[in-house]
Design a protein around this ligand. Structure first.
Ligand SMILES: [Zn+2]
Length: 271
């Protein structure tokens, strides 16, 4: 696929907006889960005046920019989380499509289909967990268990297809249990400051996804990113010293770093 033809660019725009629409859906799902309202029932309404929204109020990113971050009905300010989440999911889909054009082609049949679907799925699930934790400070446990099942199912399929070794599977599983207990230990030592009830479970999931020994990279990277963002927000005056930051988003950021650069980082340190 050439990058210089119009059709390719058009395709990328479509893929981006497909991802941004998933982001839009993710925002609604997170809000409705936290507020305890029905997931599918009911049309989308304005957060402020409860007026039913039309399709042009809900075009991902575009509506937010067009109405300058305010609702069309009552001109109240809308959370920047909406376009940010839409942009992140759009970017995930683009990254996935670009990777797919050269990376997934290395895979053998029938992994050609299973592998890209798995990574897109786990990407969306991890982002849902990170965004809900960032916005509301909770780990959505149903989403977490779906993600764990999704990873285990994929790995078991890979085992049977010969794309994965039993040793790696056992190492990932043991690594996941050990790192979950390690987070729990940290919570005990720090009396729960800085880490929530859900964090050991999220650590378990992240360790399963990245495997052993990449989980070490994920763990260290999450602390470095978390501390940097924490200090950055403090310096910028956005966060007070007493405000706590959720750990989940940084754990997910650490997982992404471990997946993309984990191999080369481990080689540098001779592991
Ligand atoms: Zn309104």
């Amino acid at each position: 696929m050439g990058y210089n033809n119009l059709m390719t660019w058009l395709l990328f725009v479509i893929i981006f907006f497909l991802g941004a629409s998933v982001g839009s859906f993710v925002n609604v799902l997170i809000d409705r889960t936290i507020q305890g309202t029905d997931w599918v029932g009911g049309r989308s309404r304005c957060d402020h005046c409860k007026k039913t929204l039309t399709w042009y109020d809900m075009v991902p990113i575009v509506s937010y920019l067009f109405y300058r971050g305010r609702s069309r009905c009552c001109h109240k300010r809308l959370s920047a989380r909406y376009p940010i989440v839409e942009f992140i999911l759009g970017s995930l889909f683009i990254w996935w499509a670009v990777m797919g054009t050269f990376f997934f082609q290395l895979a053998v049949q029938p992994l050609t289909y299973i592998q890209p679907l798995f990574w897109l799925g786990i990407g969306v699930l991890l982002l849902v967990l990170a965004i809900a934790d960032w916005a509301y400070g909770v780990i959505l446990m149903p989403v977490l268990w779906v993600s764990v099942a999704w990873v285990l199912l994929y790995r078991i399929v890979l085992l049977f297809l010969g794309g994965y070794h039993l040793n790696d599977f056992v190492a990932a599983l043991v690594g996941a249990i050990v790192s979950a207990f390690f987070i729990q230990l940290l919570r005990w030592v720090t009396h729960g400051r800085g880490m929530g009830d859900g964090d050991p479970y999220l650590m378990f999931l992240v360790a399963l996804v990245v495997g052993w020994p990449r989980v070490i990279v994920a763990f260290l990277a999450s602390f470095i990113v978390g501390a940097s963002v924490g200090v950055g927000l403090l310096v910028a005056g956005i966060r007070k010293r007493t405000d706590t930051l959720p750990f989940g988003p940084f754990l997910v950021a650490g997982a992404i770093i471990a997946l993309v650069w984990g191999g080369s980082l481990l080689r540098i340190y001779g592991m």
